[in-house]
Design a protein around this ligand. Sequence first.
Ligand code: GLY
Length: 324
Amino acid sequence: MQRRKFIKKASLISIGLGIANKAYSKNYKKTNSLYNNITPLVIATWDVKNATKKAWKIIQNNQSSLDAVEQGCMIEEANENGQSVGKGGLPDRNGNVTLDACIMNSKGDCGSVVFLKNIKHAISLARKVMEDTPHVMLAGIGAEEFAYSIGFKKENLLTKASKKTWENWKKTSKYKPVINIENHDTIGMLAIDNNGNISGGCTTSGLAYKMSGRVGDSPIIGSGLYVDNEIGGAVATGLGEEVVKTVGSFLIVELMRQGHSPQKACEIAISRIVTKSDYKNFQVGYIALNKQGDTGCYSIQKGFSMTLCQSNNNVNIKSDSYTT
Ligand code: GLY
């Protein structure tokens, strides 16, 4: 490109960024407590202190951030009281629990499983896809068969409680995303280990009462999760369709690459969604961290939170939101 054209293009990009800044700054509250600048650390979507505690223990044991996020996510997948992740997750319209998950390591490798039935630890299977296959993503029966072939156990994921909730829903069969479903939606986790390496994981049973075969953002690398070990990582929760449309997690990492803090990057990514859609009826939340250990979280609606485990403190932090 000729020099003059290049300069013109660069100025337009700057103006564009200025507009984006304006859109989010009216709601931007500086949350200094989120700027800790200390590693190692673990962050996760929602109030999942047991999960972050587990991940922290792994890191204290000098294991990798990859082990930490896998084992942290497994805690929620095994928690039958959580109706949005793993065993006990709410089913699709036909009463089938189907899971989506992905994982990404500090080398940029990733693995993902979608529309997975009968296997509780989708996050571990995603790791196996990454490490033991030439592929990034396995779906449905193929993912399930792969799981059995390497020793995963078949399990009924529909608990009595979730079956009852589904049966009540069937009386009206009204399909509508529920904002902050039980204050606990997709679990996404990011960790920096003692070597400064970043990994991330994301696991969900997806939208309750979704159409059979529906896949959300959580197993889509770049949408539900993205990690770049040079820059940082981001992970999403909430209505996956909206996250996919804006490739939210990749966007946040790229914004951090351009120099934005994790907090500002999350806010810009949310502003992308609210300027494009009727945001009043759904929730999306992001969390992010950068290589230095700064963190951020932001959501469209009130009620989102992030759990942060750092220097042995395991705390839940209320997120700022676009709507107040
Ligand atoms: N964020 C989870 C989903 O939409 O499936």
